[in-house]
Design a protein around this ligand. Structure first.
Ligand code: NAD
Length: 356
């Protein structure tokens, strides 16, 4: 990595405190002088949202949240915000909920306070996503970057173990992919490395000791670092593949990332020795791929795309769409056949190329 770079740090406040979400949100609303708050939270997370908003006045509750933000869902939320004269958006939930708040902010310029309940990391990026038909579009706009993020590990207690694992590996994927992304630089590599180290210690704790705050705090902190690294470095091979699988084939986001990551790492590792060394070190392993596979096994993470809804007949089409989007920064060249082979292994759940 050369020490000539052009790095942008996104401006954002982070309030981190276990059991303190309600207090921190009230302080934030007061500091901003907000008068009409729209709370976006799924119905399934209404209890969580009630706890978090217990100390503020809420002008509007909006609960129609759909994964990958269909355009029609975004339009409804935008209209609701406008009709109620909203001056602050508060999103309480996973990446889908944050994503809806971002869709509203994109056209209205309204500020967002994000209260994440998964490890997806959308709260720390200026990336928005919308789905129209079967095509997911993403873009970058500083208006969608939440101005404040409130992290509270207690909000993750209700996240089922399998989703915690998949979501945490989604965070790890941000770190790994950012090491060979178009704007990879020493600053985002440092954030990614610490993010991997923190997730690799936190996630096993979440599984073995689910009622302890320690592992959950580490996982949330690691997820934040991973998203900051990803927002700075940009989207690379892994995210391009998962973006197609989620947007066009409607696969669940976090599980898709968890399954595909070892295959992309195995594809690139030998051609990116510095990145592979960082990953191995952060995972406490001698070899990056072996370290990731060991972590995946330890966490009981999903292994096969066929188990989460992808048809074998979709592999070729997915490979064509993904291959066209992989940036030139990728350390090892890859064509449609290469992505097809990778996806075929990920679909069947066979170990990645380099580990066979
Ligand atoms: P999600 O928000 O769709 O949540 C998954 C499921 O978990 C939902 O059913 C939700 O109700 C449930 N859930 C969430 N938190 C919970 C909790 N604490 N307790 C119980 N249940 C809970 O999934 P996600 O993986 O967090 O986010 C995925 C979406 O975020 C995708 O659309 C992805 O594209 C987007 N994303 C965007 C960015 C970005 O930078 N723009 C980054 C990461 C992810």
């Amino acid at each position: 990595m050369s020490l000539e770079f052009d790095h942008i740090t996104l401006a954002q406040r982070v309030r981190f405190g276990t059991g303190k979400a309600a207090e921190n949100l009230a302080a934030e609303v007061e500091r901003r002088g907000s008068r009409a708050v729209m709370v976006i939270a799924e119905i399934g997370e209404a209890d969580l949202a009630d706890r978090v908003t217990a100390r503020i006045d809420v002008a509007l509750h909006h609960s129609e949240v759909v994964m990958h933000v269909p355009a029609a869902t975004a339009e409804k939320a935008r209209a609701a915000a406008q009709d109620s004269g909203i001056d602050l958006l508060v999103s309480i939930g996973g990446g889908s909920t944050t994503g809806l708040a971002k869709a509203v902010a994109l056209t209205s310029g309204l500020p967002i306070v994000a209260v994440p309940t998964t490890y997806a990391g959308s709260e720390a990026t200026n990336v928005w996503g919308l789905t129209e038909g079967a095509r997911k579009t993403t873009g970058v706009d500083d208006r969608v970057l939440p101005e404040t993020v409130i992290y509270d590990a207690e909000l993750t207690y209700s996240l089922p173990a399998d989703l915690s694992v998949a979501s945490g590996l989604n965070g790890l994927a941000h770190c790994v992919d950012s090491l060979w992304a178009p704007r990879a630089d020493p600053i985002n590599a440092a954030l990614a490395t610490e993010g991997m180290r923190t997730l690799a210690t936190g996630l096993p704790q979440v599984i073995t000791d689910p009622t302890a705050a320690d592992g959950r705090e580490r996982a949330l902190y690691g997820a934040y670092l991973s998203a900051v690294a990803f927002a700075s470095a940009g989207s690379a091979m892994h995210h391009k593949i998962c973006h197609v699988l989620g947007g066009t084939y409607d696969l669940p986001h976090a599980q898709t990332h968890a399954i595909v990551l070892p295959h992309v790492l195995a594809h690139n590792a030998a051609a990116a020795p510095e990145a592979a060394g960082r990953i191995a070190g952060a995972l406490g392993a001698r070899d990056a791929v072996a370290g990731l596979l060991r972590l995946r096994d330890r966490l009981g993470a999903p292994k096969a795309l066929r188990d989460i809804g992808l048809s074998e007949s979709d592999l070729r089409g997915a490979a064509e769409l993904a291959a066209a989007a992989i940036p030139p920064s990728n350390p090892r060249p890859v064509d449609v056949d290469g992505v097809h082979a990778l996806l075929t292994a990920a679909w069947a759940g066979t170990p990645p190329e380099a580990a066979r």
